[in-house]
Design a protein around this ligand. Structure first.
Ligand code: PMP
Length: 321
């Protein structure tokens, strides 16, 4: 039996049309995607609601998955509808009420030349209970490490896609951030402005204005980010898209990360290690505590994903039915 400490309640996964026991290993070590990161994936959440588990913005996630597959020129063996059905089945078969869902498309077994001419794309879907991504303490605000490695630039790769290989950079910087005593990393882009976290978008708030950056800043345009922009406007805040400088982040009243896994997490301090020649500098952002607008957006988000806000039921897909 495989250890499932970090995959609570995972009992079965879906792989190429069949359910497999979690401990069943069905991939060959020469799988193309394992060697070269030639995979694309999504991170999706389902939440417990009064109508049973419902999936947040499922359609948008599958659209992005298929977009990402197009970027690595994959022939996807399933339609959008088939993938949605398989995701629902995976959640149901694991008897999960709220969970994280991971569909992964990858170039499979066939050849190991860089061009996967004999390695067909395959799909696997897993689901498990993943309550908090950065731990329960993170809701009180996190310290982020701004490292020296700049985010892959949008002129080098299509950063709208969630490409497996790009996440090597996220992993390295995530590890470095923790070695530096921070809870998460933050990237500058090649222009030297704030890009994003390894798996999160960033927002800053100044004088009530809610701001985040755009695709041209070398970010993944997160689905949580898009949702929060809409929610903030609905709550009466002005929102703006534009580049965010390091100075702007340090002078912000509040800052927070958004992402499917982290949801909304206040960013309350920064360790600046972006210049390897200069000593690292630690700064507090705002008051050094989660700010009121961040908390309001967070609470609104955590309610709406659980179906408690009729205005946003349009974003939820019931797993049953
Ligand atoms: N940026 C990166 C690099 C990510 O991996 C993620 C997580 N998918 C995000 C931003 C946030 O995207 P979303 O809100 O769609 O989860």
């Amino acid at each position: 039996m495989l250890d499932t400490t970090h995959f609570p309640k995972a009992a079965r996964y879906w792989y190429m049309g069949k359910m497999h026991d979690w401990s069943d290993l069905s991939l060959h070590p020469m799988t193309h995607g394992l060697h070269y990161g030639t995979s694309v994936f999504e991170g999706i959440r389902a939440y417990e609601t009064s109508r049973g588990p419902e999936i947040f913005r499922l359609s948008e996630h599958i659209d992005r998955l298929l977009y990402s597959a197009g970027v690595v020129k994959m022939t996807v063996p399933y339609t959008k509808e088939e993938i949605i059905t398989a995701i629902k089945k995976t959640v149901l078969e694991n008897e999960l009420e709220s969970c994280y869902i991971r569909p992964l498309l990858f170039y499979s077994y066939g050849n190991l030349g860089l061009v996967p001419k004999a390695s067909p794309a395959e799909l696997v879907i897993a689901a498990w209970e993943w309550s908090t991504y950065l731990g329960h303490q993170a809701e009180n605000g996190i310290n982020v490490f701004l490292g020296p490695w700049r985010r892959v630039h949008h002129s080098q790769l299509d950063m709208r896609a969630k490409l497996g290989g790009v996440y090597v950079q996220s992993t390295i910087n995530g590890l470095e951030a923790r070695a530096q005593g921070a809870e998460e990393a933050l990237f500058l882009n090649l222009e030297g402005r704030i890009a994003e976290g390894p798996g999160e978008n960033i927002f800053v708030i100044k004088d009530g204005l809610v701001k985040t950056n755009e695709r041209s800043e070398s970010i993944l345009e997160g689905i949580t980010r898009t949702s929060i922009l809409e929610v903030a406007r609905d709550l009466g805040y002005k929102t703006i898209l534009g580049p965010i400088t390091k100075e702007e982040l340090l002078a912000a009243d509040e800052a927070f990360f958004t992402g499917t896994a982290v949801e909304i997490i206040p960013v309350i301090s920064l360790i600046d290690g972006s210049d390897p020649k200069a000593p690292r500098r630690e700064s507090v952002i705002g008051t050094g505590k989660p700010g009121p607008i961040s908390l309001q957006l967070r609470n609104t988000y955590l309610d709406l994903v659980r179906g408690k806000n009729p205005q946003y039921k349009k974003w939820l897909t019931p797993v049953r039915g």
